[in-house]
Design a protein around this ligand. Structure first.
Ligand code: SF4
Length: 466
């Protein structure tokens, strides 16, 4: 039997990294690794890094400084602690990490983490740090399937990667350089994964990919499938109650995807559709390949197909060259759409991207001021959207016991947390909840009769505030 060893993974960034961290756990489980919450106790620490935020690499180096002390301490206690850096900073920095932080044993990019056991063994055997290049083979076919116990421990909602990488080359983004060109997984493999998850109690699947609706994985007839067709196929898997997908590019919304929202009740009426800016001039500078009017038309197509659909988005404030008029166009677009929520960030340059070379920078003070105005508008819309749920009956997928004793928490179709007093038997079920009040972002209510009709929550469309 393999000796048990402790594994600590610290994951930063997006859903894809959360999913990758789980798959690293699955990859290392046959080697005897079990997860621990404490880096200090671990035999292997993995920093699963993200390159999206500002100074991402510097943050990794300062974390590695702290881990050096833990590694020294472990050595004094006679333990051999190993340290690996994975994720997008690993891909972007490569050998530089090994040079600047000799404490690191393995550097592994997002396409290669299925090789972790071999890389760790190679580092041990050769007594030197090992780094990987982009591989040519398919990572997904090499990854071991998660064990039923691991699936059950992760709860009723699960991510499944359907594609990775991106060919869009938005001028601010590192993804095409760190995750590579767009690659889609075959439909049959995705169906197998979803079937296995459903067999072990998962009720909700979120299909993930950097540009998920560019999905074109090969179907059973050897033809490229669309995301819409994939959703149809997955809705037929017994036990799957809810389907979501993230993150979409407006240009890749096709009729099949819109029709999936119209025809498949399991496809949730909530779409994360980043627009980044409402100004055509800035959208062109970002190489987003669509105008504000194109985006609005896409939103209308969704709404026509399913009236209760709601949207969230991403915004970048202060992109190089953004004028007050450009920013006003963003506020106008937000006011016109009426979002259920959105993420907004100040622009910060990513080394190696075209936008990092743009000279017309916006001052920090201006960015701060614009970000505050945008967030105020979005927060108002989100608050109105949540408040509109009070007095309605909504479907909730119950996920786990809440912190308050006796309370169970779940999520609505729009990912709003919803709390009720109930027994833990309801975990894993989709049940109607009569919403009575709102506590910050959480809905509070009581279980309604299983046959209670659901209300249609139509998102508020705000026409002022820009
Ligand atoms: S579509 Fe998304 S992932 Fe692709 S380059 Fe643009 S921002 Fe990056």
């Amino acid at each position: 039997m393999t000796n048990q060893r402790k594994l600590h993974i610290k994951s930063y960034g997006c859903q894809m990294n959360v999913y990758d961290a789980q798959r690293m756990v699955d990859t290392l489980a046959p080697e005897g690794f079990v997860e621990t919450a404490n880096a200090e106790d671990a035999d292997l620490v993995i920093l699963n890094t993200c390159h999206i935020r500002e100074k991402a690499a510097e943050k990794v180096y300062s974390e590695l400084g702290r881990l050096r002390l833990a590694k020294d301490e472990a050595a004094r206690a006679g333990r051999d602690m190993r340290i690996a850096v994975a994720g997008c900073v690993a891909q972007a920095e490569g050998g530089e990490i090994v040079r600047r932080a000799p404490v690191v044993d393995v550097v592994v990019g997002p396409q290669s983490y299925h090789h972790l056991p071999q890389l760790l063994e190679k580092a041990r055997r050769e007594g030197r740090a090992i780094e990987t290049e982009f591989p040519v083979e398919d990572k997904f076919s090499a990854l071991p399937a998660p064990k039923p116990a691991a699936i059950r421990a992760r709860g009723v909602s699960s991510f499944v990667t359907v594609q990775e990488g991106c060919d869009k080359f938005c001028t601010f983004c590192v993804v095409p350089y760190t995750r590579g060109m767009e690659v889609s997984r075959p439909v049959a493999r995705i169906v197998d994964d979803v079937q296995r998850l459903a067999d072990n109690g998962v009720r909700e699947i979120t299909l993930i990919g950097q540009n998920v609706n560019a999905f074109h994985g090969e179907d059973e007839n050897g033809k490229p499938s669309s995301l819409g067709r994939l959703l149809h196929r997955l809705a037929a898997v017994p036990g799957i109650a809810r389907l979501r997908y993230s993150t979409s590019h407006p240009c890749d919304v096709d009729d099949a995807l819109i029709e999936a929202h119209r025809d498949i009740p399991a496809v949730m009426p909530f779409v994360h559709l980043p627009v980044q800016s409402g100004s055509d001039r800035i959208l062109a500078a970002m190489n987003r390949r669509h105008s504000a009017a194109d985006y609005l038309r896409t939103v209308e197509r969704f709404r026509k197909a399913r009236e209760e659909i709601a949207f969230s988005s991403d915004f970048i404030v202060g992109f190089p060259g953004e004028t007050e008029d450009d920013f006003s166009a963003t506020l106008a677009l937000v006011a016109q759409i009426g979002y259920a929520g959105a993420y907004s960030f100040k622009y910060s340059p990513r080394p190696g991207t075209p936008a990092a070379e743009m000279r017309e920078t916006v001052t920090t003070a201006t960015m701060d001021e614009r970000l505050a105005r945008l967030q105020e508008l979005i927060d108002g819309q989100q608050a109105a959207f949540n408040a509109a749920a009070i007095g309605t009956t909504v479907a909730v997928l119950f996920e786990r016991a809440a912190r308050n004793p006796g309370q169970i928490v779940g999520r609505t179709a729009y990912l709003q947390p919803a709390h009720v007093m109930a027994s833990a038997d309801i975990i894993g079920q989709v049940l109607p909840v009569a919403v009575e009040s709102l506590e910050r972002y959480s809905l509070l209510g009581t279980l309604a009769a299983p046959s209670a009709p659901l209300s249609r929550a139509v998102p508020p469309v705000m026409t002022t505030g820009a």
